[in-house]
Design a protein around this ligand. Structure first.
Ligand code: AMP
Ligand code: MG
Length: 399
């Protein structure tokens, strides 16, 4: 065994992933409308006051408060009107939500709180200076920061930035990710299975999960259990991608060539074994700036390891401030007998009264992942968990 191949803890493995990953240096300018799910690389500063003028917050009447309670309505201002009439004492304008309030007015009264007779408007409530007027720049002032670097851009952010006239944003480029699936037994869906074959699903699954997280630059590459082919394929994948996720062939069976091939092409091994279930053999290595993961072949195990190790790397790469998935302690909804001594991640579903560990925990079963919205983390040497005990529940970033 080489020095690095010792069995390390989950915490140590997660720390190494973060230590050996960095924020991408590639910053791209992008149209705001295409920036959903990208992370802002440069603070956005507002170039305007929002609202850009004193704005009526109600449909009603604008006037300057005086000792009178009855005012003469002399004009009308709708949203979008470019009017600023000079009101004399005792005069009011009919005004609508979003319209500019005349400079000479200091109150807007809502239409439900006045009595109207011809051109006369009588106020029927106490008045307060600047009531129902949104001050210029009250949402954001010109020169103030609208959105901070490191923010993952969501729909509401796009709306807000659009409201202050932003059309382009600078964001971190998304990595290009290769998913290399290994195994002689793998067949593409759409063709009948021969005896001994199974349908390839890791590539399809990881690519979809990456898409769900906003990473669209993925390619699925298939390779047989053959040392030379594995070497060539991995070398090519590392040359043209930022991240390479390999599934299967990572343990030490006679036909598991991933570890040997990665070593032969010069990938630096950061760790190869983690004290956990699933995913005891789990490779993480670097070649220049490229990160390479050797994930388990079993689909559910591959996906668990993806969320625990690959997700933080992706988050760090895009400059996010929080790299780990959010976890909370929740009561478990029924007793659970833990199998084995290793620390483990179990597919689970958060319900109203706690978290339920799902049936079908086999690493080979991807189906139960569909029902999961969390992973429960069980520390090593935990024999049994009683109903109501609080367990660390890792929230999955699913839509
Ligand atoms: P391995 O790690 O290569 O020994 O694979 C472990 C198990 O996962 C085996 O039963 C494989 O057939 C299965 N497996 C490996 N790769 C895939 C894949 N891409 N899609 C579905 N199952 C896979
Ligand atoms: Mg295999």
């Amino acid at each position: 065994m080489e020095k690095n191949s010792t069995l390390i803890s989950i915490q140590a493995a997660q720390a190494l992933v973060l230590k050996y990953s960095s924020v991408t240096s590639v910053i791209v300018e992008m149209d705001l409308c295409n920036a959903l799910d990208y992370v802002l690389a440069i603070n956005v500063i507002s170039e305007i006051d929002m609202p850009p003028f004193r704005q009526a917050a109600m449909d009603g009447y604008a006037f300057s408060i005086s000792s009178a309670i009855t005012y003469t309505v002399v004009a009308e201002i709708k949203a979008g009107d470019n009017a600023n009439p000079i009101l004399k004492e005792g005069e009011a304008v009919r005004i609508f939500t979003g319209a500019p309030v005349p400079t000479t007015a200091n109150a807007v009264i809502m239409q439900e709180k006045v009595a109207i007779q011809g051109h006369k408007m009588t106020v029927q409530m106490p008045l307060v200076v600047e009531m129902n007027i949104r001050p210029k720049g009250s949402q954001i002032k010109r020169g103030a920061m609208a959105l901070a670097k490191g923010t993952k851009i969501k729909g509401a952010h796009i709306g807000f930035l659009a409201s202050i006239g932003i059309t382009k944003v600078s964001v971190y480029a998304k990595p290009s990710i290769a998913i290399v699936v290994t195994g002689n037994e793998l067949k593409a869906a759409g063709t009948p299975l021969e005896y001994g074959e199974i349908y390839e699903s890791n590539g399809t699954m990881l690519s979809a999960v990456l898409q769900e997280l906003g990473y669209l630059k993925t390619s699925i590459i298939t390779v047989a259990d053959d040392y030379d082919q594995t070497k060539t394929t991995l070398k090519e994948a590392i040359q043209v991608h930022d991240i390479v996720l390999v599934t299967g062939g990572v343990s030490v069976g006679d036909y598991d060539f991933v570890g040997k091939a990665l070593k032969a092409i010069g990938v630096e091994e950061i760790f190869y074994k983690v004290k956990q279930k699933p995913g005891k053999p789990l490779f993480f290595g670097k070649m220049g700036s490229v990160s390479i993961f050797g994930l388990p072949g079993n689909p559910a195990a591959a996906l668990s390891c993806f969320y625990i190790y690959v997700y933080p790397l992706l988050k760090k790469g895009e400059g996010a401030t929080n790299t780990q998935l959010l976890s909370i302690f929740m009561p478990i909804t029924s007793d659970y007998d833990v199998k084995g001594d290793r620390a483990q991640f179990l597919k689970a579903q958060i319900e109203e009264d706690g978290v339920q560990i799902l049936e079908g925990q086999s690493s080979a079963f991807a189906g139960s992942f569909g029902a999961a919205n969390a992973l429960v983390f069980i520390p090593e040497h935990t024999p049994k968990i009683k109903k109501g005990e609080r367990v660390k529940t890792i929230l999955l970033p699913i839509k």
